[in-house]
Design a protein. Sequence first.
Length: 645
Amino acid sequence: MLHAIATVSLSGTLPEKLEAAASARFDGVEIFEADLLYFGGSPEDVRQLAADLGLEIMLFQPFRDFEAVPRDRLQRNLDRAEHKFDLMEELGVRTLLLCSNVAPDTIQDDAVAIEDLARLAERAARRGIKIGYEALAWGRHVRTWKHAWRIVDTVAQPNLGLILDSFHTLALGDDTREIATMVPGDRIVFVQIADAPRLEMDVLSWSRHFRCFPGQGEFDVAGFLAPVLAAGYGGPLSLEVFNDDFRAAPARQTAVDAMRSLLYLEERTRERLAPPASDKVAFSTPPVDLFAAPPPSPSMSFGFVEFAVDEAAMARLAAWLERLGFAAAGRHRSKNVTLFRQGGVNLALNAEGESFAQAYFLVHGPSACAVGLEVENASQVLNRARLYRCQPYEGRIGPNEFLIPAVRAPDGSLVYLVDRSQIAPVLYEREFALASGGGANPAGLSRIDHISLAVPDGQFDSWVLFFKAVLGFEAESVFDLPDPYGLVRSRAVRSPDGSVRFPLNISQSRNTATARSVSAYSGAGVQHIALATADIFAAAAELKRRGAAVLRIPANYYDDLAAKFGLEQEFVDRLAAANILYDRDAGGGEFFQLYTEPFEDRFAFELVERRHGYDGFGAANAPVRLAAQAQMQAGSRFRTLAALT
Ligand SMILES: O=C(O)c1ccc(O)c(O)c1
Ligand SMILES: [Mg+2]
């Protein structure tokens, strides 16, 4: 399909918006009148600029408060329209969006609206202009597509059609299936696309501030688009996203996300339109080509985490890891990389010069620079990522080494795609000279349970879309977690089989754990890596024996816990003695967590034990953990100050 984006969706000046849209390979744009008004050049300049960038100006918008006004204002409105037509001529755009009247004095009589639209359409026809009528969800009288369509259908002029906007329809919870049967596709002038989170607020503010790209919110946008295509619509899909974060984000990155989101929407819509396996009624096949990509890996697992270090940080991190029971398992055959292992957990410390890791280290300091995911059919997953406009990465490889395909995550770190059958079984033996007698597992770790990422404010949606579209993950619901210094917003994404999970955290406050992490890394980064153990008490004892520093949990927490779950005092005492956090879900699933103190105020490890199918991340414990981390941090600042004076 053709892809467009409204200039409101991107930050910057009009030329910056157009350049961003072109660089993400959009076919066209909707020009928002305000963007034109604030631009220093003439409409012809804009026309030329768009043409030079290979962009078609597909729509001009919005024309407001036109129909069913008190009669003494009709003439003035018609004059206003002529003025817009002049402007459109200079811009070289032939379609105008008219949104339903929101003014309190709008006449509540469809016959009047019909008459006015007929006049407008006649005048537009003389100028070779098409009008698309869009129902705003907060229109005075016309709020639904069906109502707008009744009016348009009655006017019955070929240059007056309907504009559908997924936000307005889905925000109202309006029926979408009937679009397929009620509206002929050629009467749909244009289709605007936006997703949004489900929020309890007035629909106008929701629309003006919280729209997002398909896949980032909670609307069933594919459920909207499928009947539109089934109706026979073959025009462009155009993102119209009013979003405060996007207005502040770099336009080029937003435009890449925008394109990715449309491709994702097409893929999801294609699934909806596929002939059903069951006896449900299918839509007829649409006349358009929808984006297709190889499917994501249906199952996957964490393979390894790679840390960017230099020699000194390598030594410090190695000592820290050893206190957690990890041992150096082998040295890379051709690079300055050491593998630390414990049970099924593989951590590679990379201090190789002139490498990706070194470049990463220079910018971010000691940090996780890559994650290896074991996937089925890595080359297929790589192909999917490329089609979703990801940047592939190929590192230098030595003799006999595998070329493991990788793609860049939104922060520039790498996600390695380790082929589960071809490479995973022999990867470490082949790449590393493994020490004999390895395989010790003092803390009884089985695997990486999840990796929690701190993401700069404003980049949340970008990450969610990356995981969903590129890797086929699902996003879980959003949690707001109270940190002593502000709110942390958390949303986890999980692989299709649920075994790879990344809670993503953002914070607008400057001093929350998440914000401190973003600031320490100068960007996104790993906040903690959760490692699964089958016996958290034994693991805790082992960490203690090795002198690992564990995050101390206040006694008050345990008093509260005993009362909350009716726990035996002896059990609570054991938890308290080991600083283990505890949670229980409605189904009787139990969760045990223990945090290490962070490595140099950067990342911590978390040991987790899940019993009886507990599936969450202990959100109930997040406040006490965040408070404990804040206290520890304040303590270490104090100690540093004391040492300096
Ligand atoms: O918020 C608005 O006013 C507005 C304007 C034009 C649109 O297409 C729309 O969906 C909303
Ligand atoms: Mg709209």
